[in-house]
Ligand binder design. Structure first.
Ligand code: GUN
Length: 289
C-alpha cells in the first residue's frame, strides 16, 4: 500500500485565497489587517520563519511590520515594544518569535501581549479558553493540522488519535482540539515506555517530537493517517520530519510530507487569526490605517 500524500501547500493555498478575499473586503471598508512580528537576535532559523510570515501576510494584502531587536535588548525594552503595538489600532496581530534570549522571561513577554491580538494563541487566556471550548485564538500549527484533516475528509469523531510530543505550542493543544472533535486522545512523549504499543493503536498519529526518524513504518497501524510536524535536518543537511517517510508511506493511508505538509499550514493559520482579529476590530469600529 502507498499512502495518499496530504498536500499542505495546495490546501494552504486554497485557504489563503479565501483569506485574501476577506482581507479585500476589510480594506474596502478602510480596515487593512496588520501583523507585527518582533524578532530578537540573529537566529537564522527564526529569521527564515519571520521572513516567510512577513511575505505571506503581504501576499494576503495585509500590512506587515517587522521589529528587529538586538539580542542585547532588555526585557523592559521588549515589553515597551509590545505595549506600543498593543495600543496601535493599525496592528491586529502581534507575534514575538520564539525562542528569546535566555535573559528574557518568555512567559512574561507572552502575557504582556493583548490577548485580543495574540494571533499565535500562546497567551494563557487564549490557552485557557481553548481548553474549556470558548472561542479563542488557536495555536497555529495544531489549528492548521485540524484544517488538513478536515479538508482531506479524515473522520476524527470516535477515532483514536495518538500525539507524540507534549510541547505547549503543538502537542498539548493538538490533543485538546482533537478531543473537542470527539477523538479519543493518547499523549506519548520521549519518556513513554513501549511507544510502538501506543502508536500502533492510532487511527490518527501526530508526531511532534523534534527528532529525525523517531517514527517509522513498524510504529504505524495499517491505514492510519500520519501527520509529521518535525522540521529537522538529516545527515546530508536535507530538511526532514520526525517520521521515516519511506517506510511510513507504505503503511499509512495518508501522510504529510516534509517539507510541504504541516509547515505551510502554520503560516496560513497565522494569517487566518490575524484576519479574524481585524474583522473583530473593524466590526467594533476600532480600526485605523
Ligand atoms: N518559534 C517556532 N515556532 C513558533 C511559532 O509558531 N510562533 C512563535 N512566535 N515562535 C515560534
Amino acid at each position: 500500500m502507498t499512502g495518499q500524500l496530504i498536500d499542505g501547500i495546495a490546501i494552504g493555498k486554497e485557504i489563503r485565497e479565501e483569506i485574501k478575499e476577506r482581507v479585500g473586503v476589510l480594506v474596502d471598508k478602510g480596515c487593512k489587517p496588520g501583523l507585527a512580528v518582533i524578532l530578537v537576535g540573529d537566529n537564522s532559523a527564526s529569521r527564515t520563519y519571520v521572513k516567510n510570515k512577513q511575505k505571506s501576510s503581504v501576499e494576503a494584502g495585509m500590512k506587515s511590520e517587522l521589529i528587529e531587536l538586538p539580542d542585547t535588548v532588555t526585557e523592559a525594552e521588549l515589553l515597551e515594544q509590545v505595549t506600543r503595538l498593543n495600543n496601535d489600532d493599525s496592528i491586529h496581530g502581534i507575534l514575538v518569535q520564539l525562542p528569546l534570549p535566555k535573559h528574557i522571561d518568555e512567559n512574561l513577554v507572552i502575557r504582556a501581549i493583548n490577548p485580543a491580538k495574540d494571533v499565535d494563541g500562546f497567551h494563557p487566556e487564549n490557552v485557557g479558553k481553548m481548553i474549556i471550548g470558548q472561542r479563542s485564538f488557536l495555536s497555529c500549527t495544531p489549528y492548521g493540522i485540524i484544517k488538513l484533516l478536515e479538508r482531506t475528509g479524515t473522520e476524527i469523531k470516535g477515532k483514536h488519535a495518538v500525539i507524540v510530543g507534549r510541547s505547549n505550542i503543538v502537542g498539548k493543544p493538538m490533543g485538546q482540539l482533537l478531543l473537542q472533535r470527539d477523538a479519543t486522545v493518547t499523549y506519548c512523549h520521549s519518556k513513554t515506555e513501549d511507544l510502538a504499543a501506543f502508536t500502533k493503536q492510532a487511527d490518527i498519529l501526530i508526531v511532534a517530537i523534534g527528532q529525525t526518524k523517531f517514527i517509522s513504518g513498524e510504529h504505524i497501524k495499517p491505514g492510519a493517517v500520519v501527520i509529521d510536524v518535525g522540521m529537522n535536518r538529516d545527515e546530508n543537511g536535507k530538511l526532514c520530519g520526525d517520521v521515516d517517510f519511506a517506510s511510513a508511506k507504505e503503511v499509512a493511508s495518508a501522510i504529510t510530507p516534509v517539507p510541504g505538509g504541516v509547515g505551510p499550514m502554520t503560516i496560513t493559520m497565522l494569517l487566518k487569526n490575524t484576519l479574524h482579529s481585524a474583522e473583530t476590530a473593524c466590526a467594533e469600529g476600532k480600526c485605523s490605517q
